[in-house]
Design a protein around this ligand. Sequence first.
Ligand SMILES: C[S@@+](CC[C@H](N)C(=O)[O-])C[C@H]1O[C@@H](n2cnc3c(N)ncnc32)[C@H](O)[C@@H]1O
Length: 261
Amino acid sequence: MLRQKIRDLLPPAVRSRVKRAIAGVRGLGNFYERVYEMQAVTLPPDDSIGLGDFDRIGKVELALLLLEGVQPGDRVIDLGCGTGRLAVHLIPYLSSGRYLGIDISRTMLKEAVRRTAGIKSGCAVEWRHQRTSRFELPDASAEAICAFSVFTHMEAEDTYRYFRDSLRVVRPGGKLIFSCLPLSLEASRGIFLQQAELDLAQRWAGVRNVVTTEESMEALASMTGWKVLRWYRGDQPSVTIPGMPAPQALGQSTCVLQRPS
Ligand SMILES: C[S@@+](CC[C@H](N)C(=O)[O-])C[C@H]1O[C@@H](n2cnc3c(N)ncnc32)[C@H](O)[C@@H]1O
């Protein structure tokens, strides 16, 4: 409905461009790519990666990485980088490191590149469109992979595949830091109850929130060889952000995994 309202507000020339883009999107073979592209071409860039304060959420994501010891010289992969919500803060921080933004949606990636284009940083920046769970990257080539609000929208079997290849790409001792929506959060239970009112086809008519449990994510982590280090609950303010008076919470819970040495 929101998509329809936005379409109605568009001038006719823009509307026909959007229509053409949507027709192109329908031809895409990868399910997740299709639903994300559809979202990316129909919603404004700040909203296409989810509602909420774009700037605040990006800062909280960075603060979580810093709590986990990410250093300015590290090689960090931002899986599902979206429209650059984290990148605009992380690229300046990685002053002598490498940032690789990966996304399944070309439109999201394009917007992330545009938003970060003017940033002055010694960071080596790269962007990749990736459709599969196989990273075209050498073994042990990153200190950390982060995936904020990515496995939140995926079935467990797909999350498992990303966990598996992430372990290869991160160096021993390196980390996979991701957020998700465990049922222990009140917000997740609300989302679950909404989704429970829909039938399967409606639930997967677009990008959906897939709720989980800490136990389930931890099981996937151990099945793929990761060690679970800790969780930051999404409803507990655990990070302080310069310029913000009170500690902040992400909303989704964040799990930290480590590749055993
Ligand atoms: C909710 S947005 C979050 C964006 C970003 N991580 C952030 O927190 O601002 C999810 C992003 O993950 C991307 N994505 C979803 N599934 C993906 C996959 N299998 N591979 C790469 N990117 C994916 C989507 O295209 C979208 O840009």
